[in-house]
Design a protein around this ligand. Structure first.
Ligand SMILES: Nc1nc2c(c(=O)[nH]1)N[C@H]1C(S)=C(S)[C@@H](COP(=O)(O)OP(=O)(O)OC[C@H]3O[C@@H](n4cnc5c(=O)[nH]c(N)nc54)[C@H](O)[C@@H]3O)O[C@H]1N2
Ligand SMILES: Nc1nc2c(c(=O)[nH]1)N[C@H]1C(S)=C(S)[C@@H](COP(=O)(O)OP(=O)(O)OC[C@H]3O[C@@H](n4cnc5c(=O)[nH]c(N)nc54)[C@H](O)[C@@H]3O)O[C@H]1N2
Ligand code: SF4
Ligand SMILES: [Mo]
Length: 886
């Protein structure tokens, strides 16, 4: 029977319909979009469609471990409980800290927050959401008095002007992007503006792309505020009745950004483009500003958010259909974390330590013996305190800080110094697990059970569909075990996940009476069955509003003491680090289409690796020419904090003197790919969010004597290589490498292969002209390894070649020759995969275009590309006009 659940990737929160295989151990039999879910109405993007391939099976962490030795749960729990008791007695409650994640479920979050803030007595509960939406939270709270997303997804379809600021939604929130694209296709008069220093796939639907100077967003919105006043589009009645602080904000905006020319110059834009945006802004009532990490991950992220919100308050474009300032969240449950208050500067259920009577109220509700009374440490400060020896026990849950926090060298020092690092994860090997003293096995998606909240405040169920493997347990359960062992059984003896949800709902309603926006009191007495049947619903869900709430602030009342929204005067600031002769490049970081974060789930799926197979740095061709960097060359991108080794990708999509590096690759996949190692721990003073989109760096080529790859099963890297990178294939992997010696590394690789597959034979082919060398290792005529080497870095890669190795098929004489020369005569070379769903490559698309398929629809008919999830449509469209000119 089909069961409904929610996608565990991005904050769109799409509904997924699955059937479980007859033998549940083997996974899911079918997986498709849930037509009844209001986020996606049945559609899934490429990551969602491939969820079955990314169930965590390989390298699963299946039992608790202490110092690398497998133990029983009760031993691990006793060990942790003893240590927490000991450090709290000796150094006080703040010697303990949780570092959580927007990917745990609301119920996990609730229990962690309660345990730390009510029972241990510390507010050192922070999360990777600090790196993600902390600035957006503070922006909303400063303006509205509460962390409330006013709009919903439908508004994105109803608006007439959509300003996408620092968002590459085409790749990061694909289903929402497709809803927007479909709305625009229906109503071409709807305008879309993209503000991003890079030209991205999102620009595909843009009427205007403003490739701004990095970090200059606030100036644009200050200018729009000044312009709104000049053009008379400020709603003076609304401003007077429902807001305060307008004139100060306007004064400040005019002071720095009153002039079109000066603002355009500051933002690196043409006056025509900026005035076009201002004209559309002034004439369009139904406007949404949709913002993401290009806004949040900045040393002035909160100010950027408030510069945007100011404009919406001034024009009363909030609380109505098709308008509002819309911060889109990244993770599947960053919103749930915000709701329970799982951040160091929140208390619980949208109450802060500074909220009058809140500490006493929560203490009474929890019956808590040791209430925390003030803010705890935010992520970056938390890791500093760990390094300083102030935090002695750190419990990391569902996040990979050795990859995602800025200045990973500092993170490593902190983890090495810490007396006890506990890591709860589903994987045995991540970049963080080697630093754990205690490893706790958690349930991944499909096994874990609970609720998540998406970007439009919609609570949905993630359901436990498959049986838990090994000794893995829910995260909430492990916390309750530790709390119980420390003597707090009464607060943590939940019978099941529904019990936790009811308590969470009851706290949201407790002595609330409309004072707090977050209220799901309607659920405080639902039964287990009702919880299991819960349909997606937008909070608040109260006894007066049992069907949820589509939009907030419809009555102009806010959650500040006088119910008026605040304008905030915004002083425009540049990013903290500036370019210099030593550090001439600005480094920007972000996501690629088919990978998720640190690749612990998507990294092993061959299909998802074909779109972008290895870590790269995007550099403008003119900058590359000056530095003599060729496309696909190996380069070192380095800063005062660290070094990465990447492939160069020449592209005019980045500005001059700007680089872009994806965040995903880790030491599990390449030798030195971690972009966060280059980024200083510069944070926004108000939100503590790191400036992850901005560092100053330099770049140079790396030279090697030999470049090549080996296709086989996973091989250990035993030799010192200048570069290596693992790319999963359908039957094993391709490991690309570069070495600085003349073939010593290749000999050592061959030895590893011979040891792994004894009694095989090598066939070798050397092309005397190109000096390319290809060696195939056969075991009873079946190729089990293939090594290719040449003296230049731009390696010819072919999916066909990869599919022949370990295919369990003996080769004919002709096939042997084809393999040695590296290509089959009768199999088409697809080129780089563009459409992951149907595995259609750019060479196939270009050929079809040459044969007359000049539209997306025609290509879809011929090759099927773009006709399933649609995530690749922007890229297919990019191929179209280029070839039309031929
Ligand atoms: N495929 C995929 N999708 C994901 C994720 C993933 O890992 N993979 N992760 C999810 C998560 S947790 C998050 S938070 C979201 C993030 O979603 P997004 O914020 O859309 O993604 P990013 O690529 O981090 O950054 C967005 C854009 O900000 C731009 N930018 C950089 N500096 C500036 C600036 O100063 N001003 C402006 N206006 N723009 C700037 C970058 O060039 C980039 O194109 O994605 C979610 N979705
Ligand atoms: N330079 C730079 N740095 C960035 C960003 C950027 O744009 N640029 N973006 C930032 C943002 S927005 C984000 S959200 C972060 C993301 O960064 P991380 O949170 O570090 O990335 P993930 O790979 O999602 O880590 C999740 C970990 O939890 C494990 N896991 C999955 N499910 C569960 C579960 O249910 N329970 C437990 N216990 N473990 C589980 C996974 O195996 C994985 O190891 O990166 C941030 N860092
Ligand atoms: S857009 Fe894709 S990744 Fe995001 S929730 Fe939907 S299916 Fe999952
Ligand atoms: Mo995020």
């Amino acid at each position: 029977m089909a069961a409904l659940t929610t996608c565990p990737y991005c904050g769109v929160g799409c509904g997924v319909k699955v059937t479980v295989d007859q033998n549940p151990e083997s996974g899911l039999a079918t997986l498709e979009g849930d037509e009844s879910h209001p986020a996606n109405f049945g559609r899934l993007c490429v990551k969602g469609s491939n969820l079955s391939d990314t169930l965590v099976h390989d390298d699963r962490l299946l039992a608790p471990q202490i110092n690398g030795h497998q133990v029983e749960w009760h031993e691990a729990v006793d060990h942790i409980a003893d240590k927490i008791k000991q450090v709290v007695a000796k150094y006080g409650p703040d010697s303990f800290a949780f570092y959580l994640s927007g990917q745990i479920l609301t119920e996990d979050y609730y229990v962690a927050n309660k345990f730390a803030k009510g029972f241990i007595g510390t507010a050192n509960v922070d999360t990777n959401s600090r790196l993600c939406m902390a600035s957006a939270v503070v922006g909303y709270k400063r303006a509205f008095g509460s962390d409330t997303v006013p709009c919903n997804y439908e508004d994105l379809e109803l608006c007439d002007l959509l300003i996408m600021v620092g968002s590459n939604a085409a790749w990061t929130h694909p289903i929402l992007f497709q809803r927007i694209a479909a709305a625009k296709e229906k109503r071409p008069e709807m305008k879309v503006v993209v503000i991003d220093p890079r030209a991205t796939a999102t620009c595909d639907i843009a009427d205007l792309h403003l490739a701004i100077e990095p970090g200059s967003d606030a100036a644009i919105f200050n200018f729009l505020l000044a312009e709104s006043e000049r053009k008379g589009v400020v709603d003076q009645t609304y401003v007077k009745k429902f807001t305060k602080g307008y004139s100060d904000a306007l004064k400040q905006a005019k002071k720095q950004c009153g002039s079109l020319e000066k603002t355009a110059q500051y933002c690196g834009l043409s006056t025509d483009d900026l005035s076009q945006l201002a004209a559309w802004w002034c004439e369009t009532d139904k406007t949404i500003s949709f913002y993401s990490q290009g806004v949040n991950q900045s040393s002035s992220g909160v100010d950027k958010c408030n510069a945007i919100i100011n404009c919406h308050l001034a024009t009363a474009r909030i609380g109505k259909e098709g308008m509002g300032p819309f911060s889109i969240t990244g993770q599947p449950n960053a919103m749930g974390g915000r709701e329970v208050g799982g951040l160091a500067n929140q208390l619980a259920a949208h109450m802060d330590f500074a909220t009058p009577n809140a500490i006493e109220l929560v203490q009474r509700f929890w019956q808590a013996p040791n209430m925390a009374t003030e803010n705890g440490l935010k992520a970056v400060d938390m890791f500093k305190a760990v390094e300083e020896g102030k935090v002695k026990v750190l419990w990391i849950m569902s996040t990979n800080p050795m990859v995602s926090l800025p200045d990973t060298a500092q993170v490593q020092r902190a983890l090495e110094k810490c007396e006890m690092v506990i890591v709860s994860d589903c994987k045995q090997h991540t970049d963080t697990t080697p630093f754990a003293d205690v490893l706790l096995p958690a349930l991944p998606w499909s096994e874990k059970d609970g609720t998540v909240t998406n970007s439009e405040r919609r609570i949905s169920r993630q359901r436990g569909l498959l049986p838990p493997r090994g000794e893995a347990k829910p995260d909430w359960w492990s916390i309750c075990q530790v709390a119980g062992t420390m003597g707090y059984q009464s607060g943590f003896s939940y019978r099941g996940v529904d019990d936790i949800f009811r308590e969470h709902a009851a706290l949201s309603e407790f002595e609330n009476n409309g004072k707090r926006d977050f209220d799901i009191g309607y659920f405080s007495d639902i039964t287990e069955d009702e919880y299991n049947q819960l349909l997606p619903i937008q909070w608040p869900v109260t006894r007066h509003k049992p069907h949820g709430t589509a939009r907030m602030f419809t009555d102009g009342k806010f959650f500040t003491p006088d119910q008026k929204a605040n304008f905030i005067p915004i002083k425009v600031k540049k990013p903290v680090t500036g370019q210099s002769k030593e550090w001439p490049f600005i480094l920007n970081t972000g996501r690629v289409r088919d990978q998720w974060h640190t690749m612990t789930r998507t990294g092993d799926a061959a299909i998802l690796s074909r779109h972008t197979d290895q870590p790269y740095v995007e550099i403008h061709p003119d900058d590359a020419a000056e530095l003599d960097i060729q496309n696909h060359a190996l380069v070192s991108v380095f800063s005062a904090y660290g070094e990465t080794r990447l492939r160069a990708k020449l592209s005019t999509q980045v500005r001059r003197k700007a680089l872009f590096v994806p965040i995903h690759w880790t030491k599990q996949f390449a030798n030195q790919p971690i972009v966060s190692s280059l980024i200083p721990q510069v944070v926004d003073a108000l939100s503590g969010q790191p400036e992850s989109k901005h560092a100053v760096v330099n770049v140079k080529t790396i030279s090697a004597l030999q470049y090549g790859y080996v296709i086989s099963s996973q091989l250990p890297v035993e030799h010192d290589l200048v570069y290596w990178c693992r790319v999963p294939t359908l039957t094993g992997e391709r490991m690309e490498f570069a070495c600085s010696d003349d073939l010593v590394a290749v000999h050592s690789l061959k030895k590893v292969i011979e040891e792994k597959y004894p009694n095989g034979e090598w066939m070798t082919y050397e092309n005397p002209l190109s000096l390319q060398n290809r060696q195939v290792y056969l075991l009873e005529d079946v190729p089990v390894a293939l090594i290719f080497i040449q003296q230049s870095p731009d390696l010819p890669v072919s999916n066909w070649l990869e599919e022949q190795v370990l295919a369990n098929k003996a080769l004919t004489a002709n096939e042997r020759i084809a393999l040695l020369v590296g290509r089959s005569v009768d199999v088409e070379d697809k080129g780089n995969i563009v459409c992951s769903c149907y595995q259609v490559g750019d060479k196939q698309i270009k050929a079809a275009i040459e044969h007359g398929d000049m539209t997306l629809e025609a290509l879809g008919m011929t090759l099927k590309c773009g006709s399933n999830c649609g995530s690749c449509i922007p890229e297919i469209k990019q191929l179209l006009p280029v070839l039309e000119e031929i």
